[in-house]
Design a binder for this molecule. Structure first.
Ligand SMILES: Nc1ncnc2c1ncn2[C@@H]1O[C@H](COP(=O)(O)OP(=O)(O)OP(=O)(O)O)[C@@H](O)[C@H]1O
Length: 310
């Protein structure tokens, strides 16, 4: 049976007359990594703050493992680990000192604190860093400490707000791998504005735009949208566009750079075979034919545009 760990219902947050988050509902299952994706200002941090009980919703509710955040905030918060956009680090402490304090704050019982610190360090690749001052660590390692404090009490749900912002490419790769691993044991919500990050790390994605959810689906659904309905075709002696448009399934032809053409076709009816045959029989000099992937950025624009137009 699937265990629901987070249930957000009709979450809304008004700032004055403006809704930063508007009627957002979703659930998260045990072991799932959910990407919460949106451009800057879309309402991600506001949603994360409501989910973690740091900001009261104007309307709607949050339940963590069935516990209502407004009715029993202490019990609900005990099940969450949170890394805010600005990691809450005491830079003048060592990693061990800071994680010990974090364990106490999360009410880990005194006899279990050392073990909890060791496990969190081990899971976050910090075993050798215990005696180092946090301020002397690289930004990537500081972020690991931020994640370690979020998992120190072994919470059911881990919520990470933009955890890879400001890191270099190697640090980003390591932190993403760490987040993916967390998904095995915890439910994870990863807030980010980076589409490939979601594709690499998450099982499911929700896209938020101007405070509202515009997409909720599996990563494969998002990837399918990328494979779309276009071919990139290279012809040394291209015919008039009409000749290509007469091939069944071809809906539009657009010249790209050089001798490349982008051919839009009816979804599910790629005219590749007919195109190759025509190219050979009519001497069009075919040198390339391949699916033209829509970038994730384009998918994002399409999704948000569809919503705006609806
Ligand atoms: N305390 C506040 N008072 C008024 N408006 C706010 C407040 N906090 C956020 N907002 C506005 O609400 C909207 C959503 O902000 P939020 O920080 O949730 O977005 P975000 O998706 O997390 O973006 P970013 O990644 O830039 O933080 C923005 O337009 C922001 O200006």
């Amino acid at each position: 049976m699937t265990t629901i760990t987070v249930e957000a219902s009709e979450l809304t947050r008004q700032y004055g007359s403006r809704a930063a988050v508007n009627d957002v509902s979703f659930t998260l299952s045990k072991g799932e990594v959910l990407g919460f994706l949106g451009p800057n200002g879309a309402g991600k941090s506001t949603t994360m703050k409501m989910l973690t009980g740091n900001l009261a919703p104007s309307n709607g509710s949050v339940k963590i493992c069935g516990i209502d955040m407004m009715e029993r905030p202490k019990d609900a918060k005990a099940l969450i680990g949170y890394l805010p956009e600005q990691p809450p680090l005491y830079r003048e402490l060592t990693v061990d000192e800071f994680l010990t304090i974090a364990a106490r704050l999360h009410r880990v019982s005194p006899q279990h604190i050392k073990k909890a610190v060791d496990v969190a360090k081990q899971r976050c690749g910090l075993t050798e860093m215990g005696k180092r001052l946090i301020e002397n660590l690289s930004k990537g390692y500081q972020q690991r400490v931020g994640i370690a404090q979020a998992i120190i009490h072994n919470p059911m749900v881990v919520i990470l707000d933009e955890p890879t912002v400001g890191l270099d490419p190697i640090q980003i790769r390591d932190i993403r791998a760490l987040i993916k691993e967390l998904g095995g044991e915890h439910s994870v919500i990863l807030s980010t504005h980076i589409l490939p990050e979601v594709e690499m790390v998450c099982d499911r994605v929700q896209i938020i735009h101007k405070g509202s959810l515009v997409f909720n689906g599996g990563i494969d659904v998002l990837k399918q949208q990328r494979h779309g309905n276009r071919l990139l075709v290279g012809l040394r002696n291209p015919p008039a566009h009409e000749a290509l448009l007469s091939i069944p399934g071809v809906e539009a032809v657009e010249a790209v750079e050089g001798s490349l053409l982008r051919i839009r076709h009816t979804p599910g009816e790629a005219p590749s075979e007919a195109l190759v045959q025509a190219a050979v029989s009519q001497g069009w000099g075919l040198f390339q034919i391949n699916p033209d992937q829509t970038s994730l950025e384009e998918v994002f624009v399409q999704l948000t545009f569809q919503e705006a137009a609806a």
